[in-house]
Design a protein around this ligand. Structure first.
Ligand code: ADP
Length: 256
């Protein structure tokens, strides 16, 4: 679903590459946390997937699309096939909750009739149907992030990527947002999330990939815990809560 092979990226003027020969394969329906210290290359890796930046070397194939062959004029269309969630929500301030979601569908070319059918369903999924007429600044941070997630899943993407989606949220709201991402994953969407939140990574026990100085230094495929480097896993057991959702399930639609 997400394939990076030997990806290297050095920004002009930088001494060291932000990504240095990164190879990563994420299967359909996986939930992956990408962790690492600030400057490790997490955002750059996400930008490789959204094609905001291009690699100097290596291959990137997303959902069967070889990004080398996505021409500049096709990049917006390519991005619309991904669900992208940002830490600062990026909502349209002068549009209501309903309109924020509807607008994304309109841009994607959905008919008015289908938009009117889809928006309430997706707002129900994120539990915001009763807030549909509000503007973003009338909502809490967690609610704004739920609108942003609603907007990105409304188009039924097979892949959802989120760069620090809970960075600006408190503990309870963070758990709520991660719970929502997990539900979306349970419906069959592949999810890649960057985070600094040790607690949620250790609680969910999903796959955890660690970047350090632009390299993958750790890839815990199952029951991963938060690790910033290649040192051995500490002996003290972390909570061993078994969470469902590891098994590959047939892809179901998030919105029925
Ligand atoms: P992270 O998301 O893990 O904090 P980044 O991908 O943002 O890491 O950064 C990786 C490295 O690339 C850092 O050394 C950073 O300074 C550098 N970098 C990131 N973006 C740019 C840019 N636009 N121009 C120059 N250097 C950059």
């Amino acid at each position: 679903m997400i394939l990076l092979d030997g990806v290297t990226k050095k920004y002009p003027g930088d001494e060291k590459p932000a990504l240095d020969g990164v190879s990563l394969h994420i299967e359909p329906n996986e939930f992956v946390f990408l962790v690492g210290k600030s400057g490790a290359g997490k955002s750059t890796l996400m930008k490789m997937i959204t094609k905001e930046e291009n690699p100097d070397a290596g291959k990137i194939i997303i959902g069967g699309i070889d990004l080398d062959y996505v021409k500049k004029r096709h990049i917006p269309g390519y991005r619309r096939r991904l669900g992208v969630v940002f830490q600062d929500f990026k909502l349209l301030p002068r549009r209501t909750v309903y309109e924020n979601v509807a607008f994304a569908l309109e841009i994607a070319g959905m008919s008015g009739k289908d938009i009117r059918k889809t928006v309430p369903k997706v707002l129900e999924l994120v539990d915001l149907l009763d807030q549909a007429k509000k503007f973003p600044d009338q909502l809490s941070g967690g609610q704004q992030q739920r609108v942003s997630i609603a907007r990105s899943v409304a188009r039924q993407p097979k892949i959802l990527i989120a760069d620090e989606p809970t960075a600006n949220l408190d503990k309870l709201t963070t758990e709520e947002i991660i719970g929502l991402l997990k539900r979306i994953n349970d419906f069959g969407t592949t999810i890649l999330v960057t985070t600094h939140n040790e607690n949620i990574v250790n609680t969910l026990q999903k796959r955890v990939v660690t970047l350090k100085d632009g390299k993958i230094v750790n890839d815990q495929k199952n029951h991963g815990i938060y690790k910033l480097d290649e040192t051995p896993v500490p002996k003290t057991p972390v909570r061993t809560v078994q969470t469902p959702g590891h098994a590959l399930r047939p892809h179901r639609r998030v919105i029925q």
